[in-house]
Each structure stands twice: as C-alpha cells, then as structure tokens.
Write a protein that binds this ligand. Structure first.
Ligand code: ADP
Ligand code: MG
Length: 356
C-alpha cells in the first residue's frame, strides 16, 4: 500500500475556516496578528471563512466546490475539524474529497490534534501562541501525511467519523462539564477534573474489542462504506474478539493520537497512521488518590508505568461498547453524543493532514 505523503503545490491557496467563539474567543485576532503575517512571508494565499454558528463549516465543506483550494485549514479547536471531517465524508464524492489535505491551527480550548502533531514533529511541549506558531509553520512548509480515521456507528443508526477519540465516563464527563469554563482555555480541563473527582461515578456496560495482534489483516484504506470488521448490533461480536469480563468502569477511552490536550499525553505510543485504536479502560474500585496519581502521570504520558491494576491498555482495530443505561453523554473528538451502544473500526490512512 502506498503511503501518500506529499507537498502542497506552489503557489498554494488555503481555505481557512475559523470559529471566532472557540477557546477564549481570540481566534480572529490570532489569525490577524500571528497566522496572516507568516502566510504572507511564505507566499501562501488564503481565503478566510469565519463561522457564524455550529455546523456552518460542515455545510460549507459538504456542499461547496473545494477545488480552488489546495488545503483546508481549521483555526479553532478540535470541534470544528470534527465538523469538517464529517462534512467531507457526507459528500457524494467523499472518496476524493477526504484526500484534500487538512490542517489544524490551534485556536480552541481543546487542541489535541495540534498537540499530537507538534509532538510527532519532535518539538517540545507548546501551548497557545507557541503551538499555533509551530502549526502555522508546518502549513507554510506544506508537508502532509496520511492520518487514520475511525468510523463509529450507534445502535440508533448514527454514523460518524472521528480523528481523535471516543470516550465514556470520567474523562468524557470532564470534557463536557468543563465546557462552561471555556474562557479558561486549556485550564478548563484541570478545573473540570477536580470537580468530577468530587462526584466520582461508576459506568456499567459491556466492552468488547478486536486486538491488533489477533486481527489477521489491517483495516484497509478505502473499505468504507463497508466496515468489514464489524457485525450488526443484534449479533454478538465475532468469536475472535475479546469481551472484557468486568462490567463496571470509571472511564473507557479510545484515542487514536498521542495527546488529548496540550499537557495530556494519553497515548505516547500513538502515531498519525498506525492503524490502531489505543483503547484504555479504568475499572471501578480505583481509589481517588490512585486516580489523581494516574491523571498527574498522564501529563507526561507515564501513567502505564505506574502499573495501576485498575488501568488496562490494549491496541485494537475495532471495539463495541454496550452501556447498560441510556442516560448521560459520551464524547466523540470532544463533542457530546447521547449514550447508546456504539461500535467502531479504524480505517487506515483515510485522510491527510499537514504535519511537521
Ligand atoms: P473549543 O476548543 O473552544 O471547544 P471548537 O472549535 O472545538 O472550540 O468549537 C466548539 C463548538 O463550537 C463546535 O461544536 C462548533 O461546531 C461550534 N461552533 C463553530 N462555529 C461557531 C460559532 N460561530 N458560534 C458558536 N459555535 C460555533
Ligand atoms: Mg471542542
């Protein structure tokens, strides 16, 4: 299989989608003061599109003619890129459209993909303007690489594409509950974590997965709209899958990139396109102190080294989660999803992203 790295053409024209509400509300200002001068220096032409509401960007990339742009950049948080990925996959010509190189320029409160790409490039940890400068520099250089996507289906028939994560329980609840602290930027997650620790909950359900090591073939690029590794919800998972014996969890989290935030290295082993879903689950019974130790270690990605008996990690190609309740929320790439049975599989190298 050809790994499709590439370089943007010169001259180059970029469509910049910007959410003025993302993060601390400074995205437009950051574009003018930081991004625009760098693009000018590198002779990269741009068209700026400022979103007016949720799904505005999704509708644009779903129906618009994108042929005049060499790349679509998103200056916002992960939420707006999630809209773009799903909008592209909803097009009749999705097969070609999803190959348009994408670019993440961190301007939100959750910039996990930008932090991951910064890490893959070998850079030290960076926040805010420094992270944005690094990512804008990647755009100016114009090198792109393939990136895996995960297709997720729900029992009620929803179909979503995810580039970052799927979660239920503790970590997802932090993400959702801390939305109201958006003004704090990245610090919203610290405040949210402390708040959620106070009211620690147990989440009951059945988790099943297909480990990378027992799956015979990689999840082939372009197999979508088929999800060849999955079977319908009314059938049990295939025999060679693993069903987790425990059914009480604090958190279940599937992540496909290294970082969940600028200072949150959840899957240090992850790569942009490794054909893997890095599945973590934390079983009920862990003490609050144990949980705090794990979260502090996640800043540097050393949590697996703590050998906490409640924390499990396995790289998988597919998973199914069947919650025993139908209330509350799950998250996909940090965005809320009503709680219901969900299953997903990785699609190797389905899209492309500007990287270092
Ligand atoms: P943050 O990282 O701060 O959460 P995101 O870019 O992830 O920023 O955006 C958060 C949400 O805002 C997304 O669900 C997106 O759909 C929505 N959104 C996009 N444009 C706008 C807008 N102009 N006004 C309000 N919400 C928007
Ligand atoms: Mg967000």
């Amino acid at each position: 299989r050809g790994v499709t790295w590439g370089l943007l053409p010169r001259p180059c024209h970029v469509l910049v989608l910007l959410n003025p509400q993302s993060g601390t509300g400074c995205a437009l200002q950051l574009f003018r003061s930081l991004v625009e001068p760098m693009l000018a220096e590198a002779d990269v032409a741009f068209t700026l599109f400022v979103t007016e509401r949720p799904n505005h960007a999704r509708e644009l990339v779903q129906a618009g003619d994108l042929s005049q742009w060499d790349t679509v950049a998103v200056l916002a948080g992960d939420g707006l890129l999630y809209e773009v990925v799903n909008g592209l996959m909803e097009r009749p010509d999705w097969q070609a459209a999803i190959k348009k190189p994408l670019c993440t320029l961190p301007g939100g409160s959750g910039n996990a993909l930008a932090a991951s790409i910064n890490h893959y490039a070998g850079n030290t940890r960076a926040f805010k303007e420094e992270l944005l400068t690094n990512c804008t520099y990647f755009l100016c250089k114009g090198l792109y690489a393939p990136m895996d996507l995960v297709s997720l289906s729900t029992a009620s028939g929803k179909h979503l594409f995810s580039f970052l994560s799927f979660g239920w329980g503790f970590i997802s609840d932090v993400d959702i509950a801390s939305e109201k602290y958006r003004q704090l930027g990245n610090a919203r997650f610290t405040v949210g974590t402390i708040q959620q620790l106070a009211g620690l909950k147990v989440y009951k359900g059945r988790l099943s997965y297909l480990p990378v090591e027992t799956s015979s073939s990689p999840a082939h690029e372009g197999s979508w709209p088929e999800d060849p590794l999955l079977v319908p919800f009314d059938q049990p998972v295939p025999k060679h899958w693993t069903v987790v014996p425990e059914e009480e969890f604090i958190s279940i989290f599937a992540i496909y990139q290294s970082h969940l935030g600028a200072d949150f290295t959840m899957a240090p082993m992850a790569k942009l396109h490794d054909g893997s879903i890095h599945l973590f689950y934390l079983k009920a019974g862990v003490s609050r102190l144990g949980l705090i130790k794990l979260f502090l270690a996640m800043e540097k990605g050393t949590h697996l080294g703590l050998n906490c008996p409640h924390l499990h990690y396995v790289p998988v190609r597919a998973f199914r989660l069947e919650p025993f309740v139908s209330t509350g929320l799950m998250t996909v790439d940090g965005e809320p999803l009503a709680c219901e049975p969900v299953q997903g599989q990785v699609h190797d190298q389905l899209c492309r992203i500007i990287s270092g």
